[in-house]
Design a protein around this ligand. Sequence first.
Ligand SMILES: [Fe+2]
Length: 294
Amino acid sequence: MIRVKKIAHATYEVPDIDQQTEYYTNILGMTLAARDQDATYLANTVDHHSVVLRRGNSAQCARVGFQVGEGDDIDAFEKQVQSHGIQTQRQRDPGPSIADLVSFQDPKGTVMEVFKRADYSHQKFQAKGIVPHKLGHVAFHVTDVKHVTKFYADVLGFRESDWMADFFSFLRCGPDHHTINLMETGSNRHFHTAFELRDWGHMQTACDFLSTNGYKLIWGPGRHGIGHNLFAYHRSPAGLITELFAELDRMNDELGYFEPRPWHRDNPQRPKVWAKDPSASNLWGIMPTDEMHH
Ligand SMILES: [Fe+2]
């Protein structure tokens, strides 16, 4: 099967596009790569955009973009999607740096945009703000985690990295432990969007920068059990939760285990079902605030 190779961008609808754009440029430290009547495009480096902001009545993640490899046949990928009885749409040159795009909905109504990158951008990392390496993952609340997880595996080629009991799946489309995670809670909506930082030092700088700009953490810093990443969560002006993380587990798919790290309890650390235990959420022990759940 043809698998998507990485998460490339996420598109959000927000009531106040200027305010959310200001947050992404001045606080997160991303480049405003383009702006048109309907949208702003925020970038890190080689990808033309990692975040797209569009006007909408309520804050939500409407679309997620995934890149396939240069050698992958996008016609064959579209047939693969259709073979599951899913309707697709095809667009040539639908936007900056995207040559050929197949789009379709996942079971919870989020639009998947699968494409080949036509060319790479050459903007540099910013020198102000937090400046993450990249968009890392998008997490969603879902009403039927088994059904949506199966969709990501069967249609897009994701692999299961870990589960928390039977209600929270962590899925990868490359070496990173998860690029999509799905938590069954009784509604279909955005949970959080995560950006990768360099290391613990970068996390400290970021948390201080957030606090001097009036952003309070709603959970963390801590170290997740599942994925073993350092984490700190805050809320963006539109109300959507942002996670900053570092040291996420990286899978060696040839060997079937995550690159060994001193904070692992299993040696080697392989994909598994974790018990619903506080250490699966935070190895350092502090549980999420209520703010994390709404
Ligand atoms: Fe996360």
